[in-house]
Design a protein around this ligand. Sequence first.
Ligand code: AMP
Length: 401
Amino acid sequence: MKVLVLNSGSSSLKFQMYKMENEKVLAKGIVERIGLDKPVLKYERHDGVKLQETIAVKNHDDALRLICQKLVDPEQGVMKSLCEVEAVGHRVVHGGEKVSQPVKVDEGVKAIIRDCCSLAPLHNPPNLSGIEACEHVFKGTPNVAVFDTAFHQTMPAESYLYAIPYEYYTKYGIRKYGFHGTSHKFVANSTAEFLKTPMEKLKLITCHLGNGCSVAAINGGNVLDTSMGLTPLMGLVMGTRCGDIDPGVLLHLSKLGMKTEEIDALLNKKSGILGVAGINSSDMRDLEHAVQEGKAQAKQAMDMFIHRLVFYVGAYHTLLGGADAVVFTGGIGENSEFVRGLIVPRLEAIGCRLDNAANHKAVRGKAGVISTPESTLKAVVMPTNEELMIARETVRVLRGA
Ligand code: AMP
């Protein structure tokens, strides 16, 4: 069974073609700069065949048609006909309160995605364009929407409500939704398998640390709380996002004369590591180098990153009434021995002690425990794979599970 996974952004369309019998990626790639000058297609086949072409595409329909041409190309492709694709799985960022599971796309589901455009204006419109492009190109092939917010829908009201007048929730849907749900679910499942313990018996704190960062407290497979909010701006210090901030700061900036769009850009695109570290970069690798070179402002940014993460892990440990494991994933969580080496020693008070050798040996792409055997709270490194999760969920929905 072949499943195509799509992740469409405002000017990009990422794809992975899976053979589900062995979960092998047959081909993957991206069309970038859709609707801009010099769009480019990057394509990679499982056997190492790689190409990059400048192409002419005006919209997501054009981009998908080009991807499909490559997938069935006699020389560079991976199948004879598009009919071999049994379903397309789509990453959709916001499903609001109406979806708590991946779903087969119909007009009702499209209406939900459309309704949530005001909550995710940068993501939901292109996600919908990706689905509509598939409806045009793959006539009759089922589309499945896998929502970033869905896994977090188990949160209780005391976690997701903001303490503002209740009608702002009922009338406008202003509440915490949480994001990165597909990744949190994937690593929670993988951790349960890795620890050979059923998910229902596990209490986990999953830390997705990439360009965007979020933490989730998961009790028996249900999310109890998560650090992102109405938008992906809340919570941890991130590459360019500020995370938690006194809402009074926004009022103050507004009184200083800043416009809404300027405040939006400041908090979403110019803050976090980029805003604090003084290294003109939001990349954790650059921050690590700068810290190792002894740059004081960079150390300040790193200290803030670690402090905020320790704060959340400690709080979630208490909310869960103790936990079995804290799990690190995402570009930083999976790859940065340095960052893990700063966080885990700060968790000793809650029973987690770093095993330096295990942290050093942790290999990218492989699960591993980096805490000492005596630790009552395990520290686990777990690779995430949102595309594979979307492919698996797509199959599950098709089979009616
Ligand atoms: P992601 O959004 O999951 O792709 O993660 C991107 C982040 O991971 C960036 O901040 C990268 O600097 C960081 N990252 C990737 N590889 C490493 C590495 N080897 N060491 C430290 N950070 C890394």
